[in-house]
Design a binder for this molecule. Structure first.
Ligand code: FAD
Ligand code: SF4
Length: 509
C-alpha cells in the first residue's frame, strides 16, 4: 500500500491537547510529521452555538457505546475531530499546584508523587500558556505555584453579576481569582464573548483550542501532513520484537500501514490504551507497552459536581467563566486533607445539563437557569489499579468505582453553605457519574519504576524504545485542576526530548 507521507520522522496519532502541541513543536524543531486523526474538522456553522443541536442531539459527538462496571451501556462524553476534546472544552487552562507533584496523603489514601517535581515542568507551562494564549491573573490566587513568567494576557474581566459574587466571597474571607481561560478575547481577537462556550465548538474561531493554536499553524509549516478520517487500529512490531515498525490505519476505505522512526500515541486516555491493547501479539498477549499489566489501569476522571445556585435575581452574564477559588484545595482548619477547586461553569441554559434539575419541566428549568450562578467543584480521585479500561470481545469496558468521595462531599457542603451566605437560598447539585469521561486520564502512566509504570518520565514506553504516549493517559495522578494545560506542557517537553535524543536536534534548536 502506497504511503502518501514518504517516511515521516514521526507519526502522531490524534490531534487534541497532547497531539496538537506535539506536532507543532516537532515541526518547529525541524522534523517531518504525519498526523493520523480519526475525525474530521468540526465545521464552523450556526449549529455550533445551538443548545438543542449540541446538547440534545449531540450533533458533533460520535455515537459509540461503552459498558460500565455493572455491564450497563452508556454513551461516553467523547469527540473525534481535529483538535480533539479541546474543540469543546471549557477553555480553563490551569497549572497543577507544586504539591500535586509530591506524594500527598488524602482522606482515603495516598496520591503518589510524579516522577519529576513541578520545577521540571514549569518552563513548559510557560510555553503552553503562550501557545494557547491564556488570559488570567494568577497572582491573585494565594495557592498559585511559583512561576517564571506572567500569563501572556491579563484577565478577561468579570461581568457585573459575577463581579458582585466575587466581592461577596472576598467579604467572607475567601480568595476568588480570575479563571485562566484560553480565549482570543483581547483587542483584535476573534472571541465575541458569547454565552455558548463551555461544551460548544466556537463558530468564530475565537476559542484557543488545539486546532486553531496548534494544527492550523503546524500545517502551514510545510513539515506536517494531516490525514483526517484515519482510524488507527494497532501498532505493528518489527522483527526484533521491541521496536514499533508501523501503524495500521483505516483511511479512505483502505487499510494502510505507515512506517516512521518514532510513534506518538495521543488518542486520549481511553483510546490510546485501546490501541495498545488491540496491538497484542503472541509475545505480548496483554498488548504493547504492557509487559507489567499497567495499561488501562489507574483510570481517573476527577470527582465533579455541578451546582446551580439560584436566587430571585436574573443572571444576565454571557461569559461566566471568570471566577474560581482554591481556599479548600489543601483542606481547611481541622481537616488536613485536600478537598479541591471551585470554579464557575459556562452559563447553563435550559436544555443543557441542569445540575439536579434534569427532569424538571422546561418552563421551570428556564426560570431556574435564568436566575442561576453555575459552578463546578472538582476534587482529586485516586489512581486505583482496579479502576481500569478493558477490551472484551471488541467491547470497551470502563470498570470504575469512585473513590476519595469523603473530601469531595465535604467540599460540596462547604460550598453550599457559602453560597447560602452570599445570597443563594437554593442550590441544586449533581455529582457527575464516573462514566462522565470528559476528564479521563491515567491509563498509561509515567513513572521511575518500570514495574509500576508503562512509560518513563518522558512518556517513552519502557518496552518499546521508539514509542511515546503523550495525552491525558500519562498522568500518574489527576490532582484537582483542569488537565489540558499540563498535558500540553508535557507534550512540549517530550517533543523537545524526542528532537534531541532521537534525532540529534536536527536544526540545533
Ligand atoms: C465538554 C468538555 C469540557 C472540558 N473543559 C475543560 C477545561 O475547561 N479545561 C481543561 O483543562 N480540560 C477540559 N476538558 C478536558 C480536556 O479537553 C481533555 O482533558 C484533553 O483534551 C485531553 O487531551 P488528549 O490529548 O488526551 O485527548 P483529546 O484532546 O480528546 O484528543 C484525542 C484525539 O485522538 C483522536 N483519536 C482517538 N482515537 C483515535 C484512533 N484510534 N485513531 C486516530 N485518532 C484517534 C480523537 O479523535 C482526538 O482528536 C473538557 C472536556 C470536555 C469534553
Ligand atoms: S466565548 Fe468566545 S471563544 Fe467561547 S465560543 Fe464564544 S466567541 Fe468562541
Amino acid at each position: 500500500m502506497r504511503n502518501r507521507a514518504p517516511s515521516p520522522d514521526v507519526v502522531v496519532v490524534g490531534s487534541g491537547a497532547g497531539g496538537g502541541p506535539m506536532m507543532k513543536r516537532l515541526a518547529e524543531l525541524g522534523l517531518n510529521v504525519l498526523v493520523l486523526e480519526r475525525g474530521a474538522a468540526v465545521p464552523r456553522e450556526d449549529d455550533n452555538w445551538n443548545v438543542g443541536k449540541v446538547f440534545k442531539e449531540r450533533k458533533y459527538s460520535p455515537f459509540e457505546l461503552w459498558k460500565d462496571r455493572n455491564g450497563k451501556t452508556f454513551r461516553p462524553s467523547s469527540w473525534h475531530n481535529v483538535g480533539g476534546s479541546t474543540k469543546f472544552f471549557g477553555t480553563v487552562m490551569m497549572r497543577l499546584r507544586e504539591r500535586d507533584f509530591e506524594a500527598v496523603e488524602h482522606a482515603e489514601g495516598l496520591s503518589p508523587a510524579w516522577p519529576f517535581p513541578y520545577a521540571e515542568l514549569e518552563p513548559y507551562y510557560v510555553e503552553a500558556e503562550h501557545l494557547f494564549g491564556v488570559h488570567g491573573n494568577p497572582s491573585s490566587d494565594p495557592w498559585e505555584p511559583t512561576r517564571s513568567a506572567p500569563l501572556p494576557y491579563g484577565s478577561v474581566g468579570s461581568e457585573p453579576y459575577v463581579a458582585r459574587i466575587e466581592q461577596r466571597l472576598r467579604a467572607r474571607g475567601l480568595h476568588p481569582f480570575p479563571l485562566p481561560v484560553a480565549v482570543d478575547l483581547h483587542p483584535g481577537g476573534k472571541c465575541v464573548r458569547c454565552g455558548t462556550c463551555d461544551g460548544f465548538p466556537c463558530a468564530v474561531g475565537g476559542k484557543n483550542d488545539a486546532e486553531t493554536r496548534c494544527v492550523e499553524p503546524a500545517l502551514k509549516s510545510g513539515r506536517v501532513e494531516l490525514w483526517i478520517g484515519a482510524f488507527v487500529r494497532r501498532l505493528l512490531l518489527a522483527g526484533d520484537g521491541r521496536t514499533i515498525n508501523a501503524v495500521e490505519v483505516e483511511h479512505q476505505g483502505n487499510i494502510k500501514t505507515v512506517s516512521a522512526g518514532i510513534f506518538v500515541l495521543s488518542a486520549g486516555a481511553v483510546n490510546s490504551a485501546l490501541i495498545l491493547m488491540r496491538s497484542a501479539t503472541g509475545s505480548f498477549p496483554n498488548g504493547l507497552a504492557n509487559s507489567t499489566d499497567i495499561v488501562g489501569r489507574h483510570y481517573m476522571t476527577h470527582n465533579l459536581t455541578t451546582m446551580m445556585a439560584v436566587s430571585t435575581r436574573e443572571n444576565p452574564t454571557k461569559f461566566q467563566k471568570t471566577l474560581a477559588f482554591n481556599d479548600f484545595y489543601d483542606g481547611e482548619p481541622g481537616y488536613p486533607f485536600p478537598m479541591g477547586n471551585v470554579q464557575a461553569l459556562g452559563k447553563l441554559q435550559s436544555g443543557m445539563l441542569v445540575a439536579g434539575a434534569k427532569y424538571v419541566p422546561q418552563i421551570i428549568s428556564r426560570a431556574l437557569t435564568k436566575r442561576s450562578f453555575d459552578i463546578l467543584t472538582m476534587s482529586e480521585d485516586l489512581p486505583s489499579a482496579d479502576n481500569r479500561v478493558m477490551l472484551r470481545n471488541g467491547d470497551v469496558h470502563i470498570l470504575v468505582q469512585a473513590n476519595n468521595l469523603k473530601s469531595h462531599r465535604r467540599l460540596n457542603k462547604r460550598v453550599k453553605e457559602i453560597l447560602g451566605d452570599i445570597g443563594f437560598p437554593l442550590v441544586l447539585a449533581k455529582t457527575l457519574p464516573v462514566n462522565f469521561t470528559a476528564a479521563q486520564c491515567g491509563t498509561v502512566r509515567i513513572g521511575l519504576d518500570p514495574t509500576h509504570s508503562a512509560l518513563d518520565p518522558y512518556c517513552r514506553s519502557w518496552d518499546h524504545p521508539n514509542l511515546f504516549v503523550v495525552d491525558a493517559s500519562f498522568m500518574p495522578t489527576s490532582a484537582a485542576t483542569n488537565p489540558s494545560l499540563t498535558i500540553a506542557a508535557q507534550s512540549l517537553r517530550v517533543a523537545r526530548h524526542i528532537a534531541r535524543v532521537d534525532f540529534g536536534d536536527r536544526d540545533g534548536r
